[in-house]
Write a protein that binds this ligand. Sequence first.
Ligand code: MG
Length: 379
Amino acid sequence: MPSRRNFIQTSAALAGAAAMSPTGAFGATTSPAGGRRGKLTFRFRPYTLQMKHVFTVAEMSRSTTPDVLTEIEFDGVIGYGEAAMPPYLGESHATATAFLSQVDLSKFDDPFQMEQILNYVEGIAPGNPSAKASVDIALHDLVGKLLNQPLYRLWGLDPAKAPVTTFTIGIDKADVVREKTKEALHFKMLKVKLGKDNDREMIETVRSLTKMPLTADPNQGWTDRQYAIDMAHWLKEQGVLYIEQPMAKDRVDDLAWLSANSPLPILGDEGVQRTSDLIKAAKNGTYNGVVIKLMKTGGLREAQTMIRLARAFGMKTLFGCMTETSCAVSAAAQLSPLVDWADLDGNLLIANDVFDGVKVVDGKLTLPNRPGIGVVPLK
Ligand code: MG
């Protein structure tokens, strides 16, 4: 222990050093970004994800997803991000390009000022959650790399607590569903898309091949609340764990009635995009839980807020995704030790991934021991 007298002498010497040096008493550590210098450089390029199979849910079918790949560079270190934009959410190559063209990060010289930078991005224009997520993810990746730590470590999360992920079986004829299920038997949990005219056949076909837990997602496809509650009871008997967005998101009273009476948790997906939707849903009792997706929340910063808030409201949390590369899926996986369930299979549904990142091992999300979001570009 230094004596008080020594401490005062040392403090005075440091104060003198601070006065003389523009970097402050502790030299490099008080300069922006831990001694590294430069401006932040932001780049993006549109990309198109090709799906392995035509993907059908209650609302539509499609075989591609518009995507934008982003990079933030600082002092030679590059953070990667991504915007994945299923057309029904309203963003596109055109909207993302228009938004991201306005993002000027050259005015920032310290990537650790994340609140300041992300508030600036948030303020450029309302909406555009996927485009905003592409900046948020790249910035988080960059900061993790500058500190040489995976994000889960910076957040104090245990990667061993990353959940099992579901793998999604889209709506199709029974013989196709049978083939898709056979290909997915190495997963530990399957998500079955419902909401057309073959709900029971979908579940029975999958169930004929496996006893593993299932989850159900009608994607707003059910129109009658009595049908919905009858299905909830039947699905529980079939070993289904929860139901995502059973009815249209504007049917708030029916959804609240269902959530109050259903034997299975009812999770809001399409009906809960950002924090304000979550607060409204909690107040109205619309859902028992919430589906968090980076492309809805605008990135990791708000996803973390929503997960903690939902837990505080006593709601269940599911971390979901769009069809995405391993970039955004790995970013989500970094936060996944905080949630009850995960549905992070978007990278497994595409044929032209551009990153290596999180893996599914024995059904469970397995985070790579790499800094940031944990991805490296495939070349
Ligand atoms: Mg869903």
